[in-house]
Design a protein around this ligand. Structure first.
Ligand SMILES: [Zn+2]
Length: 525
């Protein structure tokens, strides 16, 4: 392990404070493996002794985790004011977790000591000294989190500095200065870090929260000022606005500051790891997250696209592949032939040799987007459009719809029921079929599946994953239109299709027909 600089992850402890985030012990074990895969040096597993689930995590970690890079850290408080460290059951729980590292948290802000802890500053320092000495004598490596350090330093710098000296002299490997309220700005935070190192000679780490939007910037400036240990959470999880995003920090250090903090081949896994962790936390990935977000390297606009084609590095700050992400072209109404050609290439179609088809597709996209279509999030609809132009519309159609209708009924007990009838032609047959559902779209989907399910049994594998409706403002006196975006999966991949009509049911029907057509094309070929 690289001990000269620490990447210390606190997703499982501080990150788990995020609103709406609840992790089981099994979840924590999965996340720990992912973080180890990224190559972080330390994983803070939780607070054994205080939280039963965290006690269990450390027990199970001994047999179920086989960490390649990381060491586990147990987090907890210094001894109580009225007990010797060796007699305090909370301190014993930290020791008995058998984690090689114990991170002790204590108050570095005098007002917190007096108001919350209700003890004297001297006693608080004695609690830090005794607990560090005890755990070091038990063979543990000890880090100390100086809680509320920066606000404490502003109010009473003498106590804050004494806190750091006391922890270091007692044998703590380092003191992590915490911007617990997250309100600091980079320049002043950097000055404080610099002064603390100069005045105490202690090894210093940094722990930031994002309340001022500066958690990553604050972490970086602290490192410039001499901090050699940085704490943060995966995807910036954490209470309020979150902890410093560890992924952004790691990528910045590695790619911009030439600090080798994780193995290069792990860095290329970062996008996958970020998404794998959001699967476990069940929090949708933030599309605009730096480096690993879905939109982090997405390009729009026609003029821009032709230059991107010539040299992608003109328009992006790094090569997305080094963090495992991809450049994406967005098909938009500003799109010209260049971005359509690039988008086609991304989907596996070389349009460069067929200028006529390229012109027809570009023209069609412009017309459809003027009507309210958006292909940015509907790659499958865009691919069907390309195929129609390249191979002719007939070759892509598995069925021809003659008509459909749907009725919605409210019953006496207030419940709703929809019934749809679909008439279509498939394999030379005219088929009429009925479907029921709790809503009109559901009833139409059922009727369509009833109609062609026998002919195309693979249809049973397709499942509607997501359904989004957007009402588009009408302009120039025209009425408003509805855009429906449908996401469908076959259990392996998922694809999105779009439908636009004045009527919400008609828009949904169009999106579903495209979803099924695309699915059948995919399953058959
Ligand atoms: Zn924190």
């Amino acid at each position: 392990m690289n001990d000269s600089f620490h990447v210390y992850d606190t997703t499982l402890r501080d990150g788990a404070q995020q609103e709406g985030l609840a992790l089981s012990v099994a979840d924590k074990l999965v996340i720990a493996r992912q973080l180890d895969g990224l190559g972080v040096g330390f994983i803070e597993g939780g607070w054994p002794g205080a939280i039963p689930k965290d006690t269990e995590f450390f027990e199970r970690a001994r047999t179920e985790l086989d960490l390649k890079h990381a060491q586990l850290a147990a987090f907890g408080m210094t001894r109580r004011a009225d007990l010797a460290a060796a007699d305090d059951p909370q301190v014993a729980a930290l020791r008995d977790s058998l984690a090689p590292v114990v991170t002790l948290v204590a108050k570095a802000h005098d007002r917190h000591v007096e108001l919350a802890l209700r003890t004297t500053l001297d006693e608080c320092l004695a609690m830090v000294r005794d607990t560090v000495e005890h755990l070091v004598s038990e063979g543990r490596r000890v880090f100390v989190d100086a809680e509320h350090f920066f606000n404490g330093y502003q109010d009473n710098p003498a106590y804050a500095l004494e806190f750091v000296r006391t922890a270091a002299e007692a044998g703590a490997s380092l003191v992590a200065l915490c911007d617990t309220n997250g309100g600091m700005l980079p320049s002043e935070l950097g000055d404080v870090v610099h002064t603390v190192i100069e005045r105490t000679g202690a090894r210093v780490g940094i722990h930031c929260h994002d309340d001022s939007g500066c958690a990553v910037a604050n972490s970086l400036i602290a490192i410039e000022a001499g901090a050699t240990h940085v704490q943060g959470a995966a995807n910036g999880y954490g209470e309020r606005t979150g902890n410093a995003n560890l992924f952004t920090i790691v990528a910045n250090l590695q790619l911009k500051k030439n600090l080798h903090v994780v193995p290069d081949d792990s860095l290329a896994e970062m996008t996958r790891i970020a998404h794998a962790i959001s699967e476990v936390t069940n929090i949708a990935p933030h599309t605009k997250q730096p480096y690993v977000g879905f939109s982090a390297f997405a390009h729009k606009a026609g003029i821009h696209a032709s230059a991107v084609k010539a040299d992608p590095m003109l328009y992006q700050h790094i090569d997305p592949e080094v963090v495992g992400n991809d450049m994406r072209m967005l098909v938009s109404e500003m799109a010209g032939r260049a971005s359509i050609e690039l988008k086609g290439r991304e989907l596996g179609y070389d349009l460069s040799g067929d200028r006529d088809a390229l012109s027809r597709i570009t023209e069609k996209v412009k017309v459809l987007e003027a009507q309210g279509h958006s292909f940015e999030a509907a790659d499958a609809s865009f691919e069907l459009l390309i195929l129609d132009e390249l191979k002719g519309e007939e070759s892509q159609r598995f069925f021809d719809v003659e008509s459909w209708r749907v009725i919605v009924e409210q019953r006496q007990d207030g419940s709703h029921m929809s019934e749809a009838t679909v008439k279509l032609h498939a394999r030379g047959e005219r088929i009429i079929s009925v479907g029921e559902g709790n809503g009109p779209v559901n009833a139409l989907d059922t009727a369509l599946r009833n109609a062609i399910g026998q002919i195309y049994p693979e249809l049973a594998e397709l499942e509607l994953r997501d359904y989004k409706v957007r009402i588009l403002e009408g302009d120039h006196g025209s009425s408003s239109r509805t855009r429906v975006l449908v996401t469908t999966t076959d259990g392996r991949d998922e694809w999105a299709t779009v439908g636009v009509q004045e009527n919400i049911v008609a828009a949904s029907w169009n999106a579903i027909v495209e979803a099924v057509t695309y699915g059948l094309l995919k399953l058959e070929g």
